[in-house]
Design a protein around this ligand. Structure first.
Ligand code: HEC
Length: 442
């Protein structure tokens, strides 16, 4: 009897452990937020999905995914967006693996997120969580590339009034001698515009000391075109929605001469109306290059302003070309167009007739003004032709989604409702001897 009872108990315990075993193992393997999903989101999502920071552009998303509480309500949307590859946002289909700021998840990472959501998006144990990731607002006063060496700020805040809908405006500001007592090479810069959400873009150019000397105080010019402002300036760069700060590769720099000035070329676009006004006081943080600079960087654009996109045209192409007069190291591309643009492409036609696709953006989105930055500068030899093509959709269908008028011919213009076809490139020209060296290790 006694023996039997023990057997029963032992059997029962054994049975229990058999029953318990699989579910325990399942828990071990189950995907959880803290163990599996948070590490992916820290690396690929939180740079934008965090409490809004200081920077220009729509980079910072309206919803933060910093912790489980914030993330859980979005679980289904997250699975959808990563499966469709809409998030994290990246618009170039080719080339792959050559741009330093390329975004994307691996297939395994997508599967992890999708399966975690399918299993009910469990939190798991907080002890599995990686250390929190710190972002710009917690360190460096909100500057994303580190603390700049000096900051040039618009001396007076500017009020964008209630009645303004679309405004292009340029301010000039001398770089004070206390900030920059001598000629200075800079290797990076970051534009800050405040967290207003209504700045379509900001471009900045450097004015030579002689051009700067003609400015009395802050000079303001209203209603200018985009990008290039006045003669005798050289474009530093532009940032627009979805753009990021810029740091040049080692050995590359931009020269700021003592006594130079910078421009703040701003385009605001908002719904006019009582209470819609806001204040703008942009600033540029500069990073000084203390090591010797070998390559002087220029930024400009291939452009075509002589177009008229017909009403209701579904696939209108606008192209522009440039033949390089010197051996050139290209650092980056920024295809810039407005609401009707659906695709953009940069192609190199080499002197021997071979073609190479430099950048293909088959799904252009004006809300994402991405600068495509090479990991390694790209050598294009003298005589290479660069073609930049944009395609536009001026149909009622796109108009309904993007908010423009498809019934008119659309020409070049700075207003958001006009169009642009600007293929920006950042580059440096090199001597023939240096080109030989670079070709060797390519
Ligand atoms: C470069 C910035 C950036 C990165 C990186 C990014 N997002 Fe986003 N995300 C945005 C912005 C801006 C929006 C809001 C506008 C939009 O939907 O395009 C958004 C919207 C979303 C939405 C809401 C869509 C809806 O239904 O309204 C989801 C979900 C999302 N992102 C998930 C993710 C996930 C998951 C990752 C990482 C794997 C990620 N995002 C990475 C900028 C980013």
């Amino acid at each position: 009897m006694k023996f039997q009872t023990t057997t029963v108990i032992v059997l029962a315990l054994g049975l229990l452990s058999v029953i318990a075993q699989p579910s325990y193992a399942e828990n071990e393997n189950a995907l959880t937020y803290y163990k599996d999903v948070l590490p992916i989101m820290q690396e690929n999502c939180q740079s934008c999905h965090r409490p809004s920071g200081q920077n220009i552009s729509g980079l910072v998303a309206p919803m933060a995914f910093m912790n489980y509480q914030e993330t859980r309500p979005w679980a289904r949307a997250i699975a959808r967006k990563v499966e469709s590859r809409e998030m994290p946002p990246w618009f170039a289909s080719a080339p792959v693996g050559v741009f330093s700021n390329e975004r994307g998840l691996t297939d395994t990472e997508v599967d992890t997120i999708v399966q975690w959501v399918a299993a009910g998006a469990p939190a798991g144990s907080k002890t599995d969580a990686p250390p929190a990731k710190l972002f710009a607002e917690e360190v460096n006063d909100g500057w994303t590339l580190g603390k700049p060496d000096f900051v040039v700020k618009l001396s007076e805040p500017y009020v964008v009034k209630d009645e303004i809908n679309d405004l292009n405006i340029i301010f000039y500001e001398k770089i004070a001698e206390e900030l920059m007592p001598e000629d200075t090479w800079v290797k990076g810069w970051e534009f800050r515009i405040g967290d207003n959400g209504w700045t379509h873009h900001m471009c900045s150019s450097v004015l030579s000391p002689s051009a700067a000397a003609e400015l009395d105080t802050t000079t303001v010019v209203e209603d200018q075109g985009e990008g290039a402002d006045t003669p005798n300036t050289s474009l530093l760069s532009c940032v627009a929605e979805g753009g990021e700060a810029q740091m040049l590769p080692e050995g590359f720099g931009v020269l700021l001469e003592k006594g130079a000035a910078v421009s703040f070329n701003l385009h605001f676009n908002k719904e006019p109306g009582a209470g819609s006004n806001f204040t703008s006081q942009p600033e540029i943080g500069f990073f000084v290059e203390k090591k010797p600079v070998k390559y002087k960087v220029r930024n400009d654009s291939l452009y075509n302003r002589g177009f008229e996109i017909p009403p209701h045209h579904a696939n209108y192409r606008i192209g522009s070309s440039r033949v390089l007069e010197k051996d050139t190291l290209v650092l980056n591309y920024w295809p810039h167009a407005h609401l009707r643009a659906v695709a953009a492409r940069y192609t190199a036609i080499y002197p021997d007739g071979n073609e190479e696709l430099l950048l293909d953006v088959p799904r252009y989105d004006q809300a994402w003004q991405v600068t495509y930055k090479y990991k390694e500068p790209k050598l294009l030899p003298k005589g290479t032709r660069i073609d930049v093509d944009f395609w536009y959709d001026n149909t009622a269908e796109r108009a309904a989604r993007r908010g423009f008028n498809p019934d008119r011919f659309v020409g070049y213009g700075a207003r958001t409702e006009d169009e642009m076809s600007l293929g920006f490139i950042g580059y440096a020209e090199i001597s023939d001897a240096e080109a030989m060296e670079t070709t060797d290790d390519n």
